[in-house]
Design a protein around this ligand. Structure first.
Ligand SMILES: Nc1ncnc2c1ncn2[C@@H]1O[C@H](COP(=O)(O)OP(=O)(O)OP(=O)(O)O)[C@@H](O)[C@H]1O
Length: 384
């Protein structure tokens, strides 16, 4: 059949539906046809399309993106002459059904704790504050995402949350019923306690509240099928590190230290918590290593040897081989990039620091869990 008065083919519902299957919800990042967002679809004999798309929530922040993507997809179908698009909103029951579909069931369990989970979870720990734990976390996340991995960062540094700013995330997460959709920046999905408090209000939570918050971030946030989840822990050996081990026993520790002997001693204590929690220590990252001066010489601002000391001591304590995965030099660009909300590895060009960070990311990427024989849920996740 063809459109009256035109030489082209008459579009049918299946053709338009196929085009709509290429449109992804901008926040959930799955095809809208799979999410049951396409409510009514009809094509008349003139090539006019009547379509109702259901938004997950009325205040959908990316509504315009969705409308533009839907319009472009439908208008791109040969023979379509008109699109009459109506936007509706899901009912509570429809949202519950969507949540269960995405989660693979009605429970509130932590997907990363399931035995079949293929997500590598790394808890990034440090002994003391200010050694660059958050900087290392966001750069590893961005470098892993640049390698094509699906990456999430959970900023569990409740007292010093800085990850959203370093990754350039300004938005708040959208809530669909009791499901939280993480904002994404630099290819990384991010959730931080800082997104749930007003302005610069300090967080004054005690252990049980911290545990519940962490549990909620792990269970109620729709992370999708991640390859890697990085947790930015608060410095030290506090409640959050223990909660992490209880909630995701397979989480592995990545210890960040500086070359300074004093920092190394406390970093050892942070790593040694793995003995009590029976977690594996995947390695040590030595940050703030020798600064390269303009004449090419180097300056050991924080001394030398801290990374090796921590790695040797944790190897001895845990009876496993804990390697130094990389040494990240002090570099002005690392700090300015973080301040600008773009991790330095995501900026143009390379430097000794970006090379070292990418090398650590490569070592972690090589440890990705195999996909074979693992059920991924309703469909492969969109990577970004
Ligand atoms: N390799 C580096 N070169 C230059 N500056 C760095 C480097 N690593 C971190 N910094 C800077 O040092 C400061 C502290 O880093 P960061 O906030 O990442 O530390 P942290 O260990 O996460 O601190 P806390 O746990 O107390 O929040 C930041 O201003 C950051 O930009």
């Amino acid at each position: 059949m063809s459109v009256p008065g035109s030489a082209g083919p008459l579009p049918d519902v299946a053709g338009v539906r196929a085009a709509l299957a290429t449109v992804k919800d901008p926040e959930i990042r799955r095809p809208i046809t799979e999410l049951d967002m396409v409510a009514d679809l009809a094509v008349d004999e003139r090539g006019g399309v009547d379509l109702t798309v259901l938004l997950t929530i009325a205040a959908c922040p990316l509504r315009d993106t969705l409308v533009n993507d839907v319009t472009a997809a439908v208008r791109g179908v040969p023979g379509v002459t008109d699109l009459r698009l109506t936007l509706g909103v899901m009912t509570d029951d429809q949202r519950t059904a969507l949540r269960e579909k995405l989660r693979g069931g009605p429970g509130r369990e932590i997907p990363f704790a399931r035995p079949e989970s293929r997500t590598r979870v790394y808890a990034v720990a440090s002994g003391k504050g200010g050694v660059g734990k958050s900087t290392v976390t966001v750069n590893l996340a961005a470098a892993l995402a640049a390698r094509g991995l699906a990456v999430g960062v959970l900023d569990a540094d409740v007292y010093g949350f800085s990850v959203p700013r370093m990754l350039g995330v300004t938005g708040r997460p959208t809530r669909v019923g009791d499901m939280i959709l993480p904002p994404q920046a630099n290819g990384v999905k991010v959730i931080s306690v800082g997104m749930f408090v007003d302005g610069n209000t300090p967080v004054v939570w005690r252990g049980p509240m911290l545990h519940r918050a962490l549990q909620q971030f792990l269970a109620d946030v729709f992370w999708g099928d991640l390859d890697v989840l990085l947790l930015d822990l608060p410095p030290g050996t506090g409640d959050i590190a223990i909660s992490t081990a209880q909630l995701i026993p397979t989480a592995e520790l990545l210890v960040v230290t500086t070359p300074q002997a004093a920092a190394a001693e406390v970093a050892e204590r942070a790593g040694a918590i793995a003995l009590q929690t029976r977690q594996r220590v995947v390695g040590v990252v030595e940050n703030m290593a020798a600064l390269v001066l303009p004449d090419g010489s180097t300056l050991d601002v924080f001394g030398t040897g801290g990374g090796d000391t921590v790695a040797a001591s944790l190897s001895r304590l845990t009876g496993t081989d804990v390697p130094v995965l990389g040494r990240i030099p002090l570099e002005v660009g690392v700090r300015t990039a973080g301040d600008a909300g773009v991790p330095v590895v995501a900026a143009e060009g390379s430097s000794p620091a970006t090379d070292a960070l990418r090398q650590v990311a490569a070592a972690l990427a090589a440890r990705a869990r195999p996909l074979a024989g693992v059920s991924l849920g309703i469909s492969p996740a969109a990577r970004r």
